[in-house]
Design a protein around this ligand. Structure first.
Ligand code: SF4
Length: 530
C-alpha cells in the first residue's frame, strides 16, 4: 500500500488476536506488507487468520499464496467483512471462512483445529469450509457477540505494524448500529417496503424492529453494519481504558474511539434487556460517555497531549447542546464525522437514514460552535438519485460548509454484499457528477484556508515517487509532503503548510524539529516496508 493510505490500524485483527490469546493460543498480528517483505517467518506459525474487507479479495489471495508457499497445507482461515465472498475465498483455497463476528466462533473453531478433524467443523456454528469432496459446507451465520464476549480484551501487540507509532489505532467502544430503519426504495430483486408500522412508528417495540416482514436488511440501504453486526452494544469502560493504556505504553500516538456511532456508547444500557434498535431515542447516555472520556483523559500521556484521542462517526439526531458541549470539552480541534449522504429530505428517508436533515444542520452548527472540526459525508450515484435530489444535495453541501463543516466528502456508491442495495447496478449520471464536483470545489476552498497554518506532525516515511518526506499531521488531516533528509523519519515536527498538491495531499516546510518519537529499529523497518 502507498504511504498516504497506511496510517490506519483497524480494530478487527486486534480483536481476533485478543480472542485467540483469551483461549490460550499465542497470536501475532502482521500486515500483509510485512509478510511480503519476509520480515516474519511464516513457518513459525501453525494457523493463519486473514482479515479483510470485500475490496481486499486480491490481497487475500496473495496472503494465501504466501502461506501455502511457506506452510504447505497448514490451515488458513478468512474473516472480516469479506466473509460475504466466502465462495470465492474457498475457491481460492482458504480452508475456513468465519461467517460474521469472530467472538462466538473462535473458541469452538480452535478446539476443532487442535483435533485436526474435519468432521468436527460441522458442529462449529458460523463458518463455511471446504469439505472432503471440495464442496462448500456452511454451518450458518455466526450469532452476534454478547456484551460479555465483546469485552474480552483486544490484543495491544501492534508493533508488527511498521507505522504503529504514527498510525491512527482504532479502539472499539461500540459494536453494531442502532439504525434499524430500512430503505423504502425498490430493491434489485423487486422487493419493496410494504409500509408496515415497524420502521417508522416510534411506538414499535425495540425487539420488533429486528425483523422486516419482506426481509429487507436493516439500516441505511448501502451499509452492511446492522445486518452483519446487529444492534449497537457497548464494550466495558474498564476494558476500553485498559486497552488504551496498553497501546499508549507501546508508543501509540493517535487513538480513534471506534464505533458506528460513538453516541450509542452505553445507550444500549438505557433500554437493556431490549436491543438498541432506535437510532434517535433514547438520547445519548451523556453520563456514561463522560465517565469513559474522563477515565481516558486521565491517562498521563493523553492528559499531557502526548497521545491524541479522537472520535469518528456520530449520528446527527443524537447531537444536542449537552452532547456538543461534552465533545467540545474533550475533543476540541479534532474531527468528527457526520454521514449525510443526500440533501433531499424525501430521498434521505427513502434510503433508511436515521433522523432528518434538520438534525444534520443543527448538529453541524452545534459541533462547530463547540470547536469540533466537522467532516460531512455524501454519496453520489445512490439509488433514487436524480437531478432534483442532486440539486438539493449541492445546496445542502454549501449550506453545511457555511454552517462550519470543515470538510465535505462525496464517495461513489458501492453496492456492498449483505446490504439492501447489494445487487443494484451503479449508474453515474450528470446528477452524480454535480455532487462529486461540488465536494471537490468545497474541499479546494477549505484547503486554501490551511495555507500558511502551522501544524504538528509525525514524519512517517518517504514518498518515493514525489521524493518528499511524508508527514502525518496531528491529530489528523491531509498528508503533508515536505523536503528533508530521511533521518527526520520518526520525528515529531512542526510544519508550515505552503501549497496544495492534490485532494489528499499538501506541501509544507518543517519549521521546527521537536523530538524523535520512534526508535531507530522501528524507523528502519518502516523505511524497509514502505
Ligand atoms: S422496511 Fe420492512 S419493516 Fe420497515 S416499514 Fe417497510 S416493510 Fe416494515
Amino acid at each position: 500500500k502507498r504511504m498516504v493510505t497506511v496510517d490506519v490500524i483497524g480494530a478487527g485483527p486486534r480483536a481476533v488476536a485478543g480472542l485467540l490469546e483469551h483461549v490460550g493460543v499465542k497470536a501475532e498480528i502482521c500486515p500483509l506488507e510485512v509478510v511480503e517483505k519476509r520480515l516474519v517467518d511464516l513457518k513459525e506459525y501453525d494457523v493463519a487468520f486473514v482479515s479483510g474487507m470485500t475490496v481486499d479479495l486480491e490481497a487475500a489471495a496473495k496472503a494465501l499464496r504466501l502461506w501455502r508457499k511457506s506452510c504447505g497445507m497448514s490451515p488458513i482461515v478468512a474473516g472480516g467483512p469479506m466473509f460475504y465472498e466466502y465462495r470465492k475465498l474457498i475457491a481460492f483455497g482458504y480452508d475456513i471462512v468465519v461467517m460474521g463476528e469472530a467472538e462466538p466462533v473462535i473458541p469452538s473453531l480452535i478446539k476443532c483445529l487442535k483435533q485436526n478433524d474435519i468432521t468436527c467443523l460441522e458442529k462449529v456454528k458460523g463458518i463455511a469450509y471446504r469439505g472432503q469432496q471440495k464442496t462448500v459446507s456452511v454451518t450458518g451465520l455466526a450469532p452476534h457477540a454478547t456484551i460479555k464476549q465483546l469485552s474480552i480484551q483486544h490484543s495491544a501487540h501492534v508493533e508488527n505494524y511498521p507505522l504503529y507509532w504514527a498510525s491512527r489505532v482504532y479502539v472499539e467502544i461500540v459494536r453494531g448500529c442502532s439504525n434499524f430503519r430500512r430503505p423504502s426504495l425498490k430493491l434489485a430483486d423487486g422487493r419493496r417496503c410494504i409500509h408496515c408500522p415497524i420502521c417508522f412508528n416510534p411506538r414499535t417495540p425495540l425487539s420488533a424492529r429486528l425483523r422486516c416482514p419482506v426481509g429487507i436488511p436493516a439500516g441505511c440501504g448501502y451499509c452492511s453494519v446492522p445486518a452483519t453486526h446487529g444492534p449497537a452494544r457497548s464494550r466495558s469502560r474498564e476494558i476500553i481504558v485498559r486497552e488504551i493504556r496498553e497501546l499508549v505504553k507501546r508508543g501509540v500516538k493517535r487513538i480513534v474511539l471506534s464505533a458506528p456511532d460513538v453516541l450509542d456508547y452505553q445507550r444500549d444500557m438505557l433500554v437493556y434487556p431490549e436491543p438498541l434498535t432506535d437510532p434517535c431515542n433514547p438520547p445519548a447516555n451523556v453520563d456514561a460517555l463522560e465517565r469513559l472520556l474522563d477515565d481516558i483523559f486521565n491517562i498521563d500521556e493523553v492528559s499531557k497531549g502526548e497521545t491524541y484521542v479522537m472520535v469518528e462517526n456520530i449520528k446527527a439526531c443524537l447531537v444536542d447542546e449537552e452532547v456538543a458541549k461534552l465533545l467540545g470539552e474533550y475533543f476540541r480541534g479534532t474531527p468528527v464525522h457526520l454521514g449525510v449522504e443526500t440533501g433531499d429530505p424525501q430521498h434521505y428517508r427513502m434510503l433508511g437514514r436515521p433522523g432528518n436533515l434538520a438534525d444534520v444542520k443543527r448538529a453541524v452548527r452545534l459541533l462547530s460552535r463547540y470547536g469540533m472540526q466537522v467532516y460531512v459525508y455524501f454519496i453520489y450515484g445512490l439509488p433514487g438519485e436524480n437531478l432534483k435530489t442532486a440539486k438539493k444535495t449541492v445546496e445542502l453541501m454549501e449550506q453545511l460548509y457555511r454552517l462550519g463543516a470543515e470538510k465535505v466528502t462525496a464517495y461513489r456508491f458501492t453496492p456492498l454484499p449483505g446490504t439492501a442495495f447489494e445487487n443494484i447496478e451503479i449508474k453515474l449520471t450528470r446528477a452524480s457528477m454535480m455532487i462529486k464536483e461540488k465536494a471537490q470545489e468545497l474541499n479546494a476552498r477549505a484547503k486554501k484556508k490551511l495555507l500558511g497554518r502551522k501544524v504538528f506532525g509525525i514524519v512517517a516515511g518517504f514518498h518515493k515517487a514525489r521524493r518528499r518526506l511524508v508527514v502525518y499531521p496531528l491529530p489528523h488531516g491531509p498528508v503533508i509532503l515536505t523536503r528533508g533528509k530521511k533521518q527526520l523519519v520518526g520525528w515529531l515536527v512542526e510544519v508550515r503548510v505552503t501549497d496544495i498538491v492534490s485532494e489528499r495531499m499538501l506541501e509544507g516546510t518543517v519549521v521546527r524539529k521537536i523530538k524523535p518519537i520512534a526508535s531507530h529499529k522501528a524507523v528502519e523497518v518502516a523505511l524497509q516496508v514502505y
